[in-house]
Design a protein around this ligand. Structure first.
Ligand SMILES: NC(=O)c1ccc[n+]([C@@H]2O[C@H](COP(=O)([O-])OP(=O)(O)OC[C@H]3O[C@@H](n4cnc5c(N)ncnc54)[C@H](O)[C@@H]3O)[C@@H](O)[C@H]2O)c1
Length: 225
């Protein structure tokens, strides 16, 4: 992976799973990494095992806490280049038995949290003229999976939120939105890189949308890194 050295990156939900793998990989590539998670024990483990990573305990469903965390992180890293909006939850229920509280919690983490973090990050990135926001979607948000009504709905919203961010924050990149249906939906804008890239470097929206997606399933952590 090229170009990550010295980049300032935030990973949400980085205390375990795919987020933790991303934290390790970004760090190994020479990025300056901060991690935000609400799991105290997971944060403590990460702090002990990777002391070079800045660990901030915060719940992405709390807009104020998110904004404070971004202020703290961007202050310490002196800016922000990459946000991996990864924190997410799912709790399977047959639709007819899905508790309201579970519906609300899943949407709070999987879409409200993505919005809060993306907005806090984008405001700072826009100030400096470039940035990368990666929102973890899921094939569930496109195909749906029985027993995951809340998760499917939230991930579909993540996909549309990401499309909107790409169109709104970087209209000049309208044809250059990068799609990753398996693990996430990627919104990418970096004026310098784009100015230097040729048209053929990136697939068009239509080409990307017609790429075959993998089967609807949950993957292994190592696949994402
Ligand atoms: N595992 C898969 O097969 C798969 C497939 C498609 C998409 N995804 C997406 O990838 C992302 C990571 O999945 P994973 O399997 O590694 O999950 P995981 O459950 O292993 O890890 C999720 C992390 O997010 C943190 N988190 C949860 N709620 C939070 C909150 N409110 N505030 C801050 N942190 C919070 C958890 O503490 C945990 O560290 C999720 O968005 C998930 O929907 C996963």
């Amino acid at each position: 992976m090229r170009g990550l050295a010295k980049k300032r990156a935030v990973v949400t939900g980085g205390a375990r799973g795919i987020g933790r793998a991303a934290v390790e990989r970004l760090y190994a590539e020479g990025a300056r990494v901060a991690e935000m998670d609400c799991d105290s024990a997971g944060c403590a483990t990460l702090r002990a095992e990777l002391p070079e990573v800045m660990v901030v305990e915060a719940d992405v469903t709390d807009a104020e806490a998110v904004e404070m965390a971004f202020a703290q992180i961007t202050g310490a890293l002196d800016g922000l280049d990459i946000l991996l909006n990864n924190a997410g939850i799912s709790a399977p229920y047959p639709f007819l038995e899905l508790p309201v509280a579970s519906w609300r919690r899943t949407l709070a983490v999987d879409i409200d949290g993505v919005f809060y973090c993306a907005q806090s990050a984008a405001r700072r990135m826009r100030h400096s003229g470039s940035g990368v926001i990666i929102n973890m979607g899921s094939v569930s948000g496109m195909l749906g999976m029985p027993g995951y009504a809340d998760y499917n709905a939230a991930k579909a919203a993540v996909i549309e939120l990401t499309r909107t961010l790409a169109l709104e924050l970087a209209p000049e990149l309208r044809d250059r939105i990068q799609h990753r249906y398996r693990w996430g939906r990627i919104c990418w804008w970096d004026r310098q890189s784009v100015n230097n890239a040729s048209e053929s470097d990136m697939p068009s929206l239509e080409q990307s949308a017609s790429e075959p997606s993998s089967a609807a399933r949950h993957g292994e952590r190592s696949e994402g890194a």
